[in-house]
Design a protein around this ligand. Structure first.
Ligand SMILES: *[C@@H]1O[C@H](CO)[C@@H](O)[C@H](O)[C@H]1NC(C)=O
Ligand SMILES: *[C@@H]1O[C@H](CO)[C@@H](O)[C@H](O)[C@H]1NC(C)=O
Length: 414
């Protein structure tokens, strides 16, 4: 089936087939972002998919925690004692979610000459993953493959990698360093993993990105190597050492500068507290102006569709919402006719979540209760110690990731 996103992506690829201009270091560069399915809060919530998304997002963080402890020799401050035991904690399914609706995708190029790939741009991880031309099984059909022998700048790092992608499957492959370009900004010696297999269940989806670009810090990289944004900045390619997402109307990723027409007022910045994830402190989360959740650590994650909090705090938040109910699996419902306005306060400034974006749809067809966009992780001991801030919030703001100054900024969308 040809989806709109697929057609858009195909058009982007056609545009790229013509010779690209030389890399430029002047001003902001834009990448159009697409997602397969628009948010529709009148359609019944897909409970199973939401539950899967919680599991895969948390499993992704476990992979990051694991890499952090391998790379730095100490546990990640947000991880639990048993964080190294990924098998135990990854309750959902995938690190690499086959659920392409959850990812904002766009075009990236790799190699010399440059070949285009559609990747999910993910601030919740730091490893660049593509599929290798050595993957000949039907599971890799339909994906653009990275072939190191087609690229004169490809260097074999002679190192393997393992990424746990589902409860039962791991993708493995070789690490390479190569030229990578996004929107005309080019990094050399960018480390990428080329997977020689892909999980079987992925081929049931009609459209998948070719890979994922992790945009966080080296300390959570499975390759112990700088991420693409870090390389751009350290190689002096960017005018400003930043990248930013606009996911509401006019979806785009800006690299090397900001789109000052995308937001009004001043950007509100908050420092990164541990350079691994884009991890910051939130001052408060509250609904309908009733204070419930105080300061929490949060991972700002463009690869996460929801907001996932720790159970204790999420319970407190919903307790302030009249008519709310706890469902199973860490989900909650609120009355469809009075969706609350949830407010997140960062560095003293409040940002509201549009109730329509908070609303994930009726619990079932015709139900008067709707699933809320803030969920909690599985009940674990010790409890989850952080919040994951994804799309449900990020679509309400212009979000800035400042690699040079290690801070995250939010602006009000115009
Ligand atoms: C949203 O979902 C409802 C119910 O399934 C459907 O009738 C409507 O056409 C959808 N809207 C869009 C814009 O897809
Ligand atoms: C990890 O968890 C599994 C399942 O609970 C358990 O069987 C295994 O022994 C644990 N491994 C470590 C290293 O703790």
């Amino acid at each position: 089936m040809l989806t709109i996103a697929y057609v858009l992506s195909a058009l982007q690829l056609l545009a790229l087939a013509s010779p690209s201009p030389a890399p430029s270091s002047i001003g902001v560069k834009r990448v159009s972002l697409t997602r397969r399915q628009a948010h529709n809060s009148t359609a019944p919530a897909d409970i199973q998919r939401i539950t899967q998304r919680i599991g895969s997002t948390l499993a992704k963080y476990d992979v990051g925690f694991d890499s952090f402890s391998k790379n730095s020799g100490k546990p990640h401050p947000l991880s639990n004692n048993d964080a190294s035991n990924i098998t135990k904690r990854a309750e959902g399914t995938a690190y690499l979610s086959p659920d392409d609706n959850a990812l904002w995708t766009g075009v990236m190029c790799a190699g010399t000459p440059l070949s285009p790939f559609i990747v999910g741009f993910d601030t919740g991880s730091a490893s660049l993953l593509l599929v290798s031309s050595t993957c000949t099984s039907s599971d890799c059909q339909g994906q653009r493959l990275y072939n190191p022998s087609d690229s004169s700048t490809s260097v074999d790092r002679k190192q393997k990698f393992n990424l746990k992608v589902t409860d039962s499957e791991t993708v493995t492959g070789n690490q390479y360093a190569d030229t990578v370009r996004v929107a005309g900004l080019e990094a050399t010696d960018q480390v990428l993993g080329a997977a020689s297999s892909y999980p079987k269940n992925f081929n049931t989806y009609s459209f998948r990105p070719d890979g994922r670009m992790g945009m966080a810090y080296q300390s959570i990289s499975a390759y112990k190597a700088p991420s693409f944004p870090q390389n751009l900045v350290s190689q002096g390619v960017t005018t400003e050492p930043v990248f930013a997402f606009r996911m509401g109307t006019g979806c785009e990723l800006n690299i090397g500068g900001l789109d000052h027409s995308a937001y009004t007022g001043d950007l509100v910045y908050t420092p990164v507290t541990t350079k691994g994830f884009w991890q910051v402190n939130l001052d408060a989360v509250q609904a309908n102006n009733k204070r419930s959740v105080g300061r929490v650590s949060a991972i700002i994650d463009t690869g996460s569709p929801l907001i996932i909090g720790d159970r204790q705090n999420v319970d407190k938040l919903y307790a302030t919402i009249p008519g709310s109910r706890a469902l199973s699996n860490g989900l909650y419902s609120v009355p469809c006719d009075s969706i609350p306005t949830v407010r997140i306060t960062v560095s003293g400034s409040a940002f509201d979540i549009n109730p329509d974006l908070f609303n994930q749809g009726p619990v079932s067809e015709g139900s008067s209760q709707c699933v809320g966009g803030i969920v909690s992780g599985p009940q674990s001991k010790p409890p989850q110690r952080f919040w994951s801030i994804g799309d449900v919030f990020l679509q309400n703001v212009y979000s800035v990731f400042d690699v040079g100054n290690n801070r995250v900024g939010f602006g009000r969308l115009v």
